[in-house]
Ligand binder design. Structure first.
Ligand SMILES: O=C(O)c1cccc(C(=O)CC[C@H]2O[C@@H](n3cnc4c(=O)[nH]cnc43)[C@H](O)[C@@H]2O)c1
Length: 231
């Protein structure tokens, strides 16, 4: 489970019973829960999140206990009215919104330039069970390197990604690392603020962290039923 910052990791940990063990890896520190989850505060932004997650995946593989799933989780911005502050979003697509080239005719994603991909798709069956267990909305979660801070940028993102419900800064990086290891990925965002004009006073970070804890508290049976069907 990869969050950006320790406050998000701890919000997830509060939902997972039992003592946890700290494990120091080169370049990352894991918190291993009694239930077998490794929690990683992977850093803010797609590059650091990818590097930290790849390190944890490699360490697990070399230790002979490769991961079966990587989850990117944290707070995020919500596109209103679809994903209001306080809601949860589970990604059916994890799409990087600003990886490409600006041209006179508009933005071209790297996929259209012939380099790589801009979207990862979590397993449909897992998205369904997570949404059913938690009430999370299902839609595209965008990954951005710059938090959206104007109505114009929010509108441009919405026009280019009509299915977008939320944005964060790590999902695509985590997904790239998971894909490199052939491991499925999931992204869950608890909406702390609207995507749009920057209004720091409107951020509800504490409420979003509490929503994250509540969400993970409901997910035990969902992981088990998904594992039972997939493996
Ligand atoms: O602008 C500020 O004053 C400010 C204060 C606290 C935190 C921030 C961040 O930029 C946190 C980024 C962090 O949280 C996720 N996040 C939360 N909301 C959004 C959003 O609307 N767009 C993108 N990312 C968001 C993100 O995943 C980072 O980990 C700013």
């Amino acid at each position: 489970m990869a969050t950006a910052v320790p406050a998000e990791r701890d919000a997830v940990a509060r939902a997972l019973p039992g003592a946890a063990e700290d494990i120091r890896l080169p370049g990352a520190a894991l918190c291993r829960t009694a239930g077998g989850w490794d929690l990683l505060a992977a850093g803010v932004g797609p590059a650091l999140a990818a590097a930290s997650t790849a390190g944890a995946l490699t360490a697990a593989a070399l230790a002979g206990r490769p991961y079966g799933l990587v989850v990117s989780a944290g707070i995020g911005g919500g596109f209103e009215p679809g994903a209001p502050v306080g809601s949860l979003v589970v990604a059916d697509e994890i799409t990087v919104a600003d990886l490409g080239a600006e041209t006179a005719d508009g933005f071209l994603p790297v996929s259209e330039l012939g380099f790589g991909a801009v979207t990862h798709r979590p397993p449909d069956s897992l998205v369904r069970v997570v949404s059913a267990a938690t009430g999370a909305l299902t839609g595209t979660v965008l990954t951005v390197s710059t938090v959206t801070g104007t109505a114009a940028r929010a509108a441009a993102l919405r026009a280019r990604h009509p299915g977008a419900l939320a944005e964060g800064m790590e999902g695509f990086g985590v997904a790239e690392a998971a894909a490199a290891h052939g491991v499925p990925v999931l992204e869950i965002r608890a909406v702390s603020n609207p995507v749009g004009p920057r209004d720091r006073a409107a951020w509800r970070i504490g409420d979003a962290l509490a929503a994250l804890t509540e969400c993970f508290g409901k997910l035990g049976p969902a992981w088990e039923s998904w594992n039972a069907h997939e493996h």
